[in-house]
Ligand binder design. Structure first.
Ligand SMILES: C[S@@+](CC[C@H](N)C(=O)[O-])C[C@H]1O[C@@H](n2cnc3c(N)ncnc32)[C@H](O)[C@@H]1O
Length: 346
């Protein structure tokens, strides 16, 4: 075991990103935890009750307890690492502003707990779906549910069968694979919320090659959310939301992708607030790009257009509506035919 420091916290863990590690810690997710802290500082909430179902070393909840004023109470749970979490809580005693209890339950047992929580964090190995089924009714209405999925092969279109089984959706390998994964995950969370007469709304996300993390606000059930399909051409980059079997650009067959979440992916006010209070240059840069995000579904990349049109790749700086999901990605809310004409002119 080694001693690490992240944010305000000194803690013991093992820097081995495998299921076999005794106390899992992935330093490359430092940025994701920075954003987690920023989000709760931007929310400006107080007296919250949180539960971290897959605590690992406890680093996430320890940071939230020391670097924000949002929580009154935190339960840090992990099936295997509670001893180290307790040690890490003691080590940071002077900095923690929250009452913390440490448990070693199977996360699936949350279903039989009496109490509800304002914040539930689900950060398991692989898919969060089975835990989501148990945890959803324990998120108070108005609360936040944070979900991490690392089964990106399923969500990004490589393991289609697994995606259909776990998420009930058809994924597809495309230039915007990570957006498909994110939207399928949110759709599944909404379906599960509906079982319990609740609905979810994404307020923030952080998507990387090896994980998807999304923050959902949980409310009473609503029926006005938009869930549907993307019709992706099997031969060219064109895709549309309106049902169509044939591509309007090249006449090839379309592939139906989904069902997936078609509504907005984040709360603009919250992200503006996060940007305002962010100190760190990387977070500031990430949140700045967020501000350019449009609500339209899917993005194109300069790489895929250049390769399809067999012309030199244009500089991404020529495009206004950049997306945080891809350094070379931009959103376009007009027809593909017009985009091709514009792209050739650049
Ligand atoms: C990906 S790690 C969590 C990382 C942590 N959230 C962080 O930010 O560093 C997954 C953790 O889940 C724990 N775990 C695995 N199965 C579990 C279960 N059924 N219930 C509770 N904890 C479990 C493992 O011991 C491991 O520490």
């Amino acid at each position: 075991m080694e001693l690490f420091r992240e944010g305000a916290i000194n803690f013991y863990a093992e820097d081995k990103q495998t299921r076999k590690s005794k106390v899992f810690f992935n330093p490359s997710r430092n940025f994701d935890r920075d954003l987690n802290v920023l989000l709760f500082n931007a929310l400006g909430a107080h007296n919250l009750k949180g539960i971290d179902l897959f605590g690992g070393s406890g680093i996430r909840s320890l940071r939230l307890s020391a670097e924000t004023d949002a929580f009154d109470f935190f339960k840090i749970n992990d099936l295997k690492t509670s001893k180290t979490i307790k040690k890490n809580v003691l080590k940071n005693k002077g900095k923690i502003k929250t009452k913390i209890t440490v448990t070693s339950l199977n996360a699936l047992d949350i279903y039989s707990m009496q109490e509800g929580y304002d914040y539930v964090d689900i950060d398991p190995f692989g898919s969060p779906v089975k835990y989501l089924l148990q945890a959803m009714p324990k998120v108070k209405r108005g609360g936040i549910l944070a979900l991490t999925a690392t089964d990106t092969a399923a969500l990004y279109g490589k393991a289609k069968k697994a995606c259909m089984l776990k998420y009930g959706s058809r994924s597809l390998k495309t230039g915007y694979f990570n957006e498909i994964g994110l939207r399928i995950l949110i759709k599944r969370a909404e379906e599960i919320a509906n079982f319990y007469e609740r609905s979810v709304k994404p307020v923030f996300f952080d998507v990387r090659h090896h994980y998807i993390r999304v923050y959902l606000s949980v409310s009473k059930a609503k029926l006005d959310r938009d869930i549907g399909y993307i019709y992706q051409c099997s031969k060219c980059p064109n895709r549309v939301i309106k049902f169509s079997e044939i591509c309007s650009f090249c006449g090839s067959k379309n592939i139906e992708v989904g069902p997936l979440w078609l509504d907005s992916l984040f709360d603009k006010n919250l992200v503006s607030k996060m940007f305002e209070i962010a100190q760190d240059a990387d977070a500031k840069k990430y949140l700045e790009t967020f501000k350019q995000e449009k609500d339209s579904v899917s993005y194109y990349t300069t790489t895929e257009l250049a390769s399809y049109l067999n012309i030199k790749e244009k500089k991404i700086d020529s495009f206004g509506s950049r997306t945080v999901l891809n350094d070379k990605g931009f959103r376009c809310d007009y027809e593909f035919k017009k985009l091709v004409e514009e792209y050739k002119k650049l």
